[in-house]
Write a protein that binds this ligand. Structure first.
Ligand code: ADP
Ligand code: ZN
Ligand code: ZN
Length: 835
């Protein structure tokens, strides 16, 4: 008998190590690294992942328990993915189980179900029969029964079940089950022609529909879905059920693969002849893919420069090598349009993974990959874990997108995972963007790499693509200073320039995209007399006004209160709703341009499954003049008749207390500007702002990525922010503030001790090549959430410093104190969001 080392699914730091289990004979041969198993653990049955197997010679067998079960015939993970999980757990300081769970499709994140069974040798007394007779009878019919089913059937008998469990007459069993729903289709199976003819004899004349159904089956004997058969015959499923009840046909539930793109035609697309600029960029990428060489490329191409065609041809090259490719796109731009480009080129070989699929649909797509029926996976962040075995290429489109960083544990960045996975497979990586993140750009272009950058080894090859395809010009950009508009007496939401441009589109029957970087009718409530703003009493952040329900809501905890009519602080009636939301803009558009057709896309209009697609299809079919929305209209869309892009408040996100705010604003404005004039018709962009001089706005006018970046990098260098330093943030939360401050201070002190012990004496600001500094503890930007105070410490370091290792060690040293005080500790390595 051999032994399996299992990571049990308990996401805590204390149990974050493999536990040994004996592999019983019946499971021998089914267990390998990556297998999902059920194991007894602390009196429960839990799910776990096997990370290794070994001979039992080294262990004391008598002390080991046995594996309870193996949960899949084919292991969902591989040895390579287990290794990747171990790397993630070191890289982002998360428990290994959390990293491994992140790789599984949601359907396989098993849950433990309790079952009740009659205990062996149980003998029922008269009293048992008298009081609990029905319960016992149910268990005699079927045992074990799911506890939840039993309680639904006998809602008053929870006490009785407890009592019989204690008396040892019932026993409780646990099983790990998938959260999986398989789709089944009721299918009609016809018997032999003889039996069908016999049925015809038996069915009376007046049951005409039943007879017609049998006749249909005589002509078409192959199995057919019940629904389809009913339609073919022109009857209801009731007729078929009647036939099945009489035993003339057989009705069986058949499981079916769900294809979310079922019934959709994807016209085939042949590779295009690359332009000379594309060919120059494609050359080195194709060479690396062809030679099976691990190399990372930064494909820096302006919007509309034909990056996607390069991805497609690189994938083609990869498939020709008999290898597989992963393409990551931001969730928000995973539109039907994007999917279509891949499906049209590679057809059935493409599997698509995004969050709008149901768990079951996602699972089916995932299985297509694992079973080798698909060779190209297109998806959002977590598609980086696609269970391929021979990866030749990983493409990350819009590599600067912050959605590639997961904001809950494991707080991984898909870009870094991609590079590591590609290294394991000897695969090429293409990072594509019109506005690369400053980190990636610096790593690719600064001679010696940026000091303090993520990894010294991260040195992408820089591949520029500076022109749009077919000499299409980049759109002209006009910046409008809204302060000037106000001076001239224009208090409207639209500047004259934007209003004129919109009117021209309506006259010419062209289309426009309007971006507003906010949601809701108006964002927060402020008193114009005393400056009072409505805050959540539990979270210390502003409440948001919701017009539909006329109340103020907290987006963090769900707290809601009624819309105020006077200021709670000074009783002034001048309490006004501030900020502009998409709903308000929609109303203003209707007033200013009577008859204008507007599609509004924001979180409120796109919650329903498929709504995204629906709006975009309507817009593409020109059933609207304006597409108005939040960030989701800025990315990846490509509509031939869009010739105007308007930005209503360019600076709305500039003031956020996050050092990346200018970078994000520049990226967003450049991206949205890129939606205009991508085809024959030339485009125009109007950006409204209160800060026209700000580089994030001004440089967009000139399409000057290099200029913006140079300035922003100088700034970051002075402050020691990435890419000139790295960060680890630690967030502590608890109901009591003093506990937080004490723990935060111990953490900072222990980190400083380690720094000086390692001889890091130079100060950070002094420009020492190796340095570490601990900031805080200070209140977090959101100082209280759900009645818990939040403090943070920020570790800032650069050079040859193992800060993640020190943080891990320090947390271990403080584990006792942390546990005793009940403080929650969250770690974010290379954080992307400072809020
Ligand atoms: P990007 O991904 O860089 O924004 P796209 O790949 O969407 O750019 O290309 C922009 C437009 O140019 C698309 O309509 C695309 O079909 C077209 N295009 C790309 N490459 C070529 C080519 N080699 N010849 C002709 N048209 C091309
Ligand atoms: Zn007031
Ligand atoms: Zn709240």
């Amino acid at each position: 008998m051999s032994v399996a080392r299992v990571i049990v699914d308990v996401p805590s730091r204390e149990t974050d190590r493999p536990f040994d289990y004996l592999i019983p004979a019946r499971l021998e041969g089914w267990v390998e690294p990556g297998s999902r198993v059920a194991v007894p653990f602390g009196g429960r049955t839990l799910q776990g992942i096997v990370v290794a197997t070994k001979d039992d010679a080294e262990v004391d067998r008598s002390r080991l328990k046995e594996l309870a079960d193996v949960l899949d015939a084919v292991p969902p993970l591989s040895a390579e993915l287990v290794e990747l999980g171990e790397w993630m757990s070191r890289r982002w300081l998360c428990p290994l189980t959390v990293a491994l769970q992140a790789m599984l499709p949601a359907a396989l994140k098993g849950k433990t179900e309790k079952y009740i069974a009659i205990a062996r040798g149980a003998e029922w007394t008269e009293a048992d029969r008298l009081f609990d007779g029905e319960l016992i009878a149910a268990l005699e019919r079927q045992s074990p029964l799911k506890l939840s089913t039993l309680l639904r059937q006998f809602p008053d008998q929870a006490g009785a079940i407890q009592r019989l469990l204690k008396a040892g007459k019932l026993e409780e069993l646990q099983k790990v089950e998938d959260r999986l729903s398989v789709r089944t289709v009721l299918t009609v199976f016809a018997p032999s022609p003889e039996r069908l003819r016999a049925a015809l004899e038996a069915i009376p004349r007046r049951a005409a529909k039943q007879r017609e159904t049998i006749e249909y089956l005589l002509a078409h004997p192959e199995p057919i879905a019940q629904q389809q058969l009913a339609e073919a015959v022109g009857t209801t499923t009731g007729t078929i059920k009647a036939l099945a009840d009489k035993g003339f046909v057989e009705l069986r539930a058949v499981t079916e693969d769900r294809d979310p793109y079922e019934g959709r035609e994807f016209p085939a697309s042949a590779p295009m002849k690359l332009t000379p600029a594309q060919a120059a960029a494609f050359g080195p990428i194709a060479a690396a893919v062809g030679e099976g060489r691990h190399e990372v490329f930064l494909l820096h191409g302006v919007t509309g420069s034909g990056k996607t065609e390069i991805y497609l041809q690189a994938i083609q090259r990869c498939l020709e090598q008999g290898k597989e490719a992963i393409v990551l796109v931001p969730e928000i731009s995973l539109t039907p349009q994007m999917v279509e480009r891949f499906k049209s080129r590679f057809g059935e070989r493409v599997a698509v993974l995004h969050s709008r699929l149901s768990n079951g649909e996602r699972y089916d797509e995932w299985r297509k990959i694992r079973d080798g029926r698909a060779q190209v996976a297109v998806g959002a962040r977590s598609a980086i874990f696609a269970p391929f075995g021979r990866i030749g290429l990983i493409v990350i489109d819009e590599e600067h997108e912050s959605s590639y960083k997961q904001e809950e544990s494991p707080k991984y960045h898909a870009r870094d995972v991609a590079v590591e996975r590609a290294r394991q497979h000897g695969a090429a990586v293409v990072l594509g963007s019109a506005t690369p993140s400053l980190e990636t750009y610096a790593a690719a272009t600064i001679e010696s790499g940026a000091p303090g950058n993520r990894d010294a080894a991260f040195r992408p090859v820089y591949v520029p693509l500076p022109e749009r395809v077919a000499d299409r010009p980049l759109p002209g950009v006009t910046i409008v200073d809204m302060r000037e508009e106000l001076k001239l007496g224009n208090r409207a939401m639209f500047s004259r320039a934007l209003a004129d441009a919109l009117q021209a589109r309506l006259d010419r029957e062209e289309q426009a995209v309007l971006l507003l970087n906010r949601r809701g009718y108006s964002t927060f409530v402020m008193c114009r007399s005393c400056g009072y703003t409505a805050q959540c009493p539990h979270c210390d952040i502003a409440l948001t006004y919701h017009r539909g329900s006329q109340n103020l809501r907290c987006h963090y905890c769900g707290y809601a209160e009624r819309e105020p009519t006077e200021c709670p602080s000074c009783q002034s009636p001048h309490i006004r709703f501030f900020g502009t939301g998409t709903q308000k803009v929609e109303e203003a558009l209707a007033l200013a341009f009577p008859g204008i057709r507007v599609i509004r896309m924001d979180v409120d209009t796109t919650t329903e499954k498929g709504s995204h697609e629906k709006w975009l299809t309507q817009f593409r079919e020109r059933r609207a003049d304006v597409l108005l929305g939040t960030q989701m209209v800025a990315k990846g869309l490509d509509f031939p008749h869009v010739t105007l892009v308007g930005v209503l408040a360019a600076d709305s996100a500039l003031k956020l207390p996050d050092f990346r705010a200018p970078e994000r604003t520049f990226q967003l404005l450049t991206q949205v500007a890129g939606r205009a004039g991508r085809h024959e018709l030339p485009g125009e962009v109007v950006i409204q702002t209160y800060e026209p001089e700000h580089p994030s706005v001004a440089m967009v006018e000139r399409h000057d990525y290099a200029g913006f970046t140079a300035q922003e990098l100088r700034h970051r260098r002075v402050l020691g922010y990435p890419p000139f330093g790295r960060l680890i943030s630690l967030t502590l939360s608890h109901e009591q503030m003093p506990l937080l401050i004490a723990l935060g201070e111990s953490f900072a002190a222990k980190m400083r001790e380690k720094a000086s012990a390692a001889g890091l004496t130079g100060s950070f600001a002094g420009g020492a090549p190796h340095a570490l500094e601990v900031l805080g503890p200070v209140p977090s930007p959101i100082p209280r959430l759900k009645d818990r105070y939040r403090f943070q410490c920020m570790v800032k370091y650069r050079g040859d410093v193992d800060a993640p290792g020190w943080v891990a060690k320090t947390l271990q040293e403080l584990a006792e104190t942390t546990k005793r005080s009940g403080v929650t500790v969250g770690v974010d390595v290379d954080p992307q969001m400072m809020l």
